[in-house]
Design a protein around this ligand. Structure first.
Ligand code: BES
Ligand code: MN
Ligand code: ZN
Length: 494
């Protein structure tokens, strides 16, 4: 879907559908009132008759005769004015796209949601509209014999106030960059394990290097072993698809201490010799969602041209059972020199992240954020509505939580107390890779904290938020791309 911006009045646009909006319980004003009078008061009639109230998720589709140049008018509900925010704007935009998709409609002209009386900044309103419209029409059709694409071809943002056009264009551009980065991440997650192998992820990094000028360095198994990444190498050993360590650098600012993003890139998690059950294994192609978020964020910061230094690290491996696989009972030597005793080969994410976090030290980071589909325990605690946030740095937590509110990629802080570290004290090595079921998300984070030394650090457990079980608002069933918008927002406001 192509995005364009146009100065003009909405009721005068020539499109297949005009989109306007209404706050819950309100009477039409501004652009909505102008369209209402152009269609002989049909909108106010619907409100009067009780057919439409402006509630969130509600839509009213009208057919205009010859009074205006567009045959359809869609009014979307914005919900209550008091609780309106950028998420309400995104949901309204997604609702419009979902309602018009599959109709004969190809070109949409829309006003911004909340850029006027809603109180959003024009730039934020335009970004929300474009971002959510594009994300709502995302499709993953690579494996169908008859791929379907969206029926919508063009979305035009219409604004009559000339002073708003510059921020509106800027917001639309950011929205496009962020949506396409999120779609990239969704694609990586949705591709099955037989396609999206560690080597495939490395290829994607090279594509980012070519297309977006990101500096890329890739370590193969030999180079990793030579360096001493004993944990990452061990996790990859049972697979015919060899592991890779991927390092990406966006240099918008040469000398500053960088922000470093680290992603868990288990391209398929069978559990290894501690094999998962049928129901546990089925969705495990998504176990590289942390890596996908890092890839997406790197693309977004490069495309936005952020004047920041941002580094993305991905520890990519496939966790498989095999004669060469690492075993329960093994004692691994990590890059840091610390040793880890394996209780379960299914607790592999923390192992690959241990080496990646140690590697991050060399950049003298301003902060390191890791993202990982790390524990089922985090899904039990928070469900699908928030990612777990673990950090001993209150200021960093505050920044992340704020970015999470702004993007609606919400974070909820969970504890990282010394007691959780005691739970993973090793019998024959420095620590063990599982502390058992109690507090499973926190004991995993406690292991990571052993390796996140020398820089401010936060860990996001995205096991519950990385994929969606249905089409909700601007999310589609499958990979969410959770973290792309959050990390990009953090980098923009850093
Ligand atoms: N990738 C899984 C965690 C996961 C579970 C992600 C469900 C998404 C949805 C991780 O590698 C894992 O298997 N964790 C184990 C740890 C346990 C063996 C200590 C878990 O959570 O059961
Ligand atoms: Mn696992
Ligand atoms: Zn895993």
């Amino acid at each position: 879907m192509k995005i364009t911006v146009r100065r003009g009045e909405i009721q005068k646009q020539r499109a297949d559908a005009l989109v306007v909006n209404l706050f819950a319980g309100a009477t039409p004003s501004g652009a909505t009132a102008a369209v209402d009078s152009a269609v002989d008061g049909q909108i106010s009639a619907a409100i009067r008759l009780g057919d439409f109230s402006g509630a969130s998720g509600e839509t009213l589709l009208l057919y205009a005769k010859d009074s205006i140049a567009s045959p359809r008018v869609l009014v979307v509900g914005l919900g209550p004015r008091e609780s309106f925010d950028s998420e309400a704007a995104r949901r309204a935009a997604a609702q419009a796209v979902k309602t018009l998709e599959g109709t004969g409609c190809k070109r949409i002209a829309s006003i911004m949601h909340g850029g006027g009386t809603g109180g959003l900044e024009v730039e934020a309103a335009a970004q929300a509209l474009v971002e959510a419209s594009l994300l709502a029409q995302y499709r993953f059709e690579h494996y169908r014999s008859q791929p379907k694409s969206t029926s919508l071809k063009q979305l035009t943002l219409v604004e009559s106030d000339p002073s708003k056009l510059i921020p509106l264009r800027a917001g639309a551009k950011s929205g496009q960059a962020i949506a396409s980065a999120t779609a990239f991440a969704r694609d990586l997650i949705n591709h099955p394990g037989h396609t999206a192998t560690p080597v495939y992820l490395a290829t994607q990094a090279r594509r980012l290097a070519r297309a977006h000028g990101i500096k890329t360095r890739i370590l193969d198994e030999k180079a990793m072993a030579k360096m001493g990444m004993g944990a990452l190498v061990a996790v990859g050993k049972g697979s015919a698809n060899p592991p890779r360590f991927i390092c990406m650098e966006h240099n918008g600012h040469k000398r500053e201490q960088p922000l470093v993003f680290v992603g868990k890139g288990i391209t398929f998690d069978s559990g290894g010799l501690s094999l998962k059950s049928v129901s546990g294994i089925v969705s495990m192609k998504k176990d590289m969602s942390g890596a996908a978020a890092v890839f997406g964020a790197m693309q977004a910061v490069a495309e936005l041209g952020l004047p920041r230094r941002i580094i993305g690290l991905v520890a990519a491996a496939e966790n498989m059972p095999d004669g060469n696989a690492f075993r329960p009972g093994d004692a691994l030597q990590t890059l840091s020199g610390k040793t880890i005793e394996i209780l379960s080969t299914d607790a592999e994410g923390r192992l690959v992240l241990a080496d990646a976090l140690t590697y991050a030290q060399r950049f003298k980071p301003a902060a390191v954020i890791d993202l990982a589909t790390l524990t089922g325990a985090c899904v039990t605690a928070l469900g699908h509505h928030a990612a777990g946030l673990f950090s001993s740095d209150d200021a960093l937590c505050e920044r992340l939580i704020l970015a999470g509110q702004q993007t609606h990629e919400r974070l909820w802080r969970l504890p990282l107390w010394p007691e959780y570290r005691q739970q993973i004290e090793g019998d024959i090595a420095d620590m063990k890779n599982s502390g058992g079921p109690p507090g499973g998300a926190s004991t995993a984070a406690a292991l990571l904290s052993e390796f996140a030394q020398g820089f401010p650090w936060a860990h996001l457990d995205i096991a519950g938020t990385s994929s969606s079980d249905g089409h909700r608002h601007y999310l589609r069933k499958g990979g969410v791309g959770f973290g792309v918008r959050l990390l990009t927002q953090l980098a923009r406001t850093w």
